[in-house]
Design a protein. Structure first.
Lengths: 668, 153
């Protein structure tokens, strides 16, 4: 009975979404106050019913209700409770419910945190989101009902959650990634609302910016968590595989990054207006593409859900209707968007444009590499795959170029910057970074690597330029501290995110250049050297977990003859499915990770294993954490809050408040 | 030409130049990095050129997995139920590598007709068959359902 309430709740959510998708938008056209004001309560209603739905699914998992097909397929009575709860997103149906629930959560936040915006605009934003969520719930009810029952004979026990998913990473990665992904639907809805209203002034960009920044920050974190999880769970020491399912989040992220920069230019200077709208559409399309690829089963990847073609077709239809409709609307409205064009060839606008071109080109090349095998197969029936070298060959030079301009951007003024000023400011920074790039890797590692030199030089370029910029900006204040406090959050947000880029760059380059690994066969008591470390195999012993059995090996790691740590990799077999699984042992450090994966037992007591030393690998995720913080700091900037307070008094002066961004900029 | 027009033109040329460099570079990189996929039957019939780096996919033939006892070398046979191809791999196989399971291997054929794999991929979801393996089985006429691990379990 209870699962049926979940489904019923889903249907109620659908009814409310259909109303939300129609009345407020129509109301906005006819200036019908009542219909427009229904948008907020309807969004709250959709959220409540979806919350009930997902809570009931979780309840079915926790109470081992194996008559529900989805539960029977993804859980087992032996599964620890935390995984029972999170097995909700362990398969296609439940994870789509989570995705939809996340969207309703964003809708609720839009309903709550938009008190400062005109009702007409909010009604349109929520209406567009209502259209999306109607499509999602319909999809769920039509093709992937998580509450479907097994009748008449439910199994006694469930098939268990995929053993690779029984891990902490699984608890946090999917919700974070989805939340970031779905956040770009909100940005998309803002862009659509602006297009629908036909008022393409800078106002929508200002309203949209905090939402775009937060979505971007969460998406960054979600991708980084996925990378971190793959690193320690999949057991080959890799942190990015250019897997067809890793790529769409990256594509979305690249478009999203372009978007948050382009939004800045649109808000502050009223330029690139139509381009910004297009980016919002593209970022959203990227997020739907990710859903399509994982759920249609068209590509081979570790993420693919067991699939059926009607689902792929349905999602393709949602993608076609929403993105196609958006582009059509864009085509009709684009002539209305007159961008001012008052800037010189050396100006912040141009650098932001260059940033956008590089990011969009990278996104397009990743897209091409991801989709090419599929298209090729459609045309020739031959199966092909595109290897990581393709992606590396394109992506790395583009990112290097991006880093070069990234450091210059904050120096440039809007409209015009003199070249002499830039040379004066950046000349010393450039020389110092080059010197650091050559010297630092040599001192630290005693070997020359071009990749490391370039990376350290570029990272120093970012960091030194940043320090100098902060010094410039605080120079005229009474004291340094006062100067630092006078800088707005958005400035700190930008610099923190840029610093994250430098940190990540170091991590990626040094890990790629200096990682070492060795596959060996060791008997107890034997040891093997790798770099400065000696790994001694102490032996293996049987262990018993709650839902698995296995063997645990012990290693002692020595450096310079001294014991520094012990490591315990495992090899498990999960009881319900008989699936084997390796659990890596990692000794994590800021400057290096030591990493062992256990293979199998060979002759006698000896085991096969792979040992890795991975310098600076943590910096990759540390960089992403900085970026996330940066995005959140920027969204927390005072001026958004100040605006809110201002607009709580009823005001119809939206368009007149346009120069405000400029004023605040000047005052900072 | 008016100055702002000239500026606009400059930007357009800049974008076009950047785009064409990017497209050219991308096409080149793409061409260099395509791995063709072959089924065991195609390999047995000699469709693969010598020295070509490619992917092969099929089921791991039951009873053929032989691990060396004193090294990390593993030999096994992959099959599409029509033709067999022996594969040698040195290293640790993925968790889900098992007899009767679909795999995809990447590498090249050596002079003795053994596929030297540099990478072996097995699926993480055991109920799901990779489209490549499925295509290989379909092509050989052996229906995926009859031989899928789910049905034989």
């Amino acid at each position: 009975m209870i699962p049926e309430i979940g489904q019923f709740s889903l249907i109620l959510a659908l009814c409310l979404s259909v109303i939300l998708a129609s009345l407020p938008i129509i109301g906005a056209y006819q200036n019908n106050f009542l219909w427009m004001s229904m948008a907020r309560p309807l969004s709250a209603g959709v959220f409540v019913f979806l919350a009930v739905s997902i809570a009931i699914l979780a309840y079915a998992f926790v109470t081992d209700d194996f008559s529900v097909k989805f539960v029977a397929e993804h859980s087992n009575s032996l599964l620890p409770d935390r995984y029972k709860l999170t097995a909700v997103w362990g398969g296609h149906e439940g994870s789509f419910l989570l995705w939809t629930f996340m969207l309703s959560g964003w809708m609720l936040s839009v309903a709550i945190f938009t008190k400062s915006m005109p009702l007409e605009f909010v009604a349109r934003v929520l209406g567009v989101l209502g259209v999306l969520i109607t499509g999602y719930i319909l999809f769920m009810l039509a093709t992937s009902n998580p509450f479907a029952r097994i009748v008449p004979l439910p199994p006694i026990d469930g098939a268990d959650l995929n053993s690779a998913l029984q891990d902490f990473g699984f608890i946090i990665h999917p919700p974070t990634l989805y939340m970031g992904y779905v956040g770009f639907s909100v940005v998309f809805a803002f862009a659509m609302a602006a297009l629908l209203s036909g008022k393409m002034d800078a106002a929508w960009a200002r309203w949209c910016r905090p939402w775009a920044n937060v979505s971007w920050a969460i998406l960054t974190l979600g991708i980084a968590l996925g990378s971190w999880w793959a690193y320690y769970e999949l057991g080959w020491g890799g942190w990015w595989a250019w897997d067809p399912v890793e790529n769409p989040p990256l594509i979305t992220w690249l478009f999203g990054t372009a978007l948050i920069h382009s939004l800045a230019a649109t808000e502050k200077r009223g330029v690139f207006k139509s381009w910004t709208v297009l980016l919002a559409i593209l970022a959203f399309a990227g997020s739907l593409l990710g859903t399509f690829i994982t759920r249609s089963g068209l590509l081979t990847s570790v993420h693919a859900f067991a699939s059926d073609p009607t689902r792929g077709f349905f999602i393709l239809a949602i993608l076609g209707i929403t993105v196609g409709g958006a582009l059509l609307l864009f085509a009709f409205r684009a002539p209305l968007m007159k961008s001012e064009f008052g800037f010189d060839l050396v100006s912040r606008e141009i650098l932001l444009l260059a940033n956008n071109i590089i990011l969009v080109v990278s996104a397009a090349s990743v897209f091409l590499g991801t989709m090419f095998p599929m298209v090729y197969q459609g045309l020739t029936d031959d199966l092909i795959s595109i290897g990581p070298p393709y992606f590396n060959a394109i992506f790395i030079p583009l990112m290097a170029l991006l880093t070069v301009i990234l450091a210059i951007g904050p120096y440039c003024r809007w409209k015009r910057t003199s070249v002499a000023f830039l040379v004066e400011q950046m000349g010393k920074v450039a020389l110092a970074s080059l010197a650091l790039g050559v010297v630092v890797p040599l001192i630290v590692t005693l070997e020359f690597s071009l990749a490391a030199t370039i990376a350290v030089a570029l990272a120093s370029w970012i960091v030194l330029a940043m320090l100098q910029d902060i010094r410039n900006k605080t120079a005229n204040k009474a004291s340094r501290l006062k100067g630092l406090r006078s800088l707005p959050f958005s400035y700190y947000g930008m610099q923190t995110a840029h610093l994250g880029m430098a940190v990540m760059l170091i991590g990626v380059a040094l890990t790629s250049a200096f990682s070492t690994e060795r596959s060996v066969l060791l008997a107890p008591g034997q040891d093997v050297g790798l770099g400065n470390y000696v790994f001694r195999f102490e032996g293996a012993a049987p262990i018993n977990g709650p839902n698995y059995v296995g063997e645990e090996a012990s290693f002692t790691v020595l450096k310079g003859g001294e014991e520094i740590t012990t490591l315990h990799p495992e090899r498990r077999v999960y009881l319900a499915t008989g699936t084997p699984s390796t659990e890596m042992a990692i000794d994590a450090g800021l400057f290096r990770d030591l990493f062992i994966t256990l293979g199998e037992q060979k002759e006698g007591e000896s085991w096969s294993m792979t040992i890795y030393v991975k310098p600076f690998v943590r910096w990759i995720w540390l960089g992403a954490i900085f970026m996330t913080l940066g995005g959140i700091l920027a969204a927390a900037d005072k001026r958004y809050r100040r605006l809110r307070r201002r607009h709580t008094e009823p005001s119809r002066e939206q368009s007149k408040s346009k120069p405000l961004g400029g004023e605040l900029q000047a005052s900072s | 030409m008016k100055p702002h027009r000239r500026k606009k033109l400059g930007i357009i040329i800049f974008i076009a130049a950047g785009l064409s460099v990017a497209v050219g570079f991308t096409a080149f990189a793409l061409k260099q990095n395509i791995n063709m996929f072959y089924t065991p039957t195609q390999v047995a019939e000699g469709e693969v050129g010598s020295g070509q780096h490619f992917r092969i996919g099929g089921m791991v033939k039951t009873g053929t997995v032989l691990g060396a006892t004193n090294s990390l070398k593993v030999n096994f046979v992959t099959t599409d139920f029509v033709s067999d191809v022996p594969i040698q791999y040195e290293g640790i196989l993925p968790d889900l590598f098992r007899e009767g399971q679909g795999i995809v291997a990447e590498g090249e054929m050596d002079a003795k007709g053994v596929f030297q794999a540099s990478r072996v991929l097995a699926k993480h979801d055991e109920n799901f068959m990779s489209p490549e393996v499925k295509a290989a089985l379909d092509a050989s006429g052996a229906s995926a359902e009859n031989h899928s691990p789910v049905a034989t379990n």
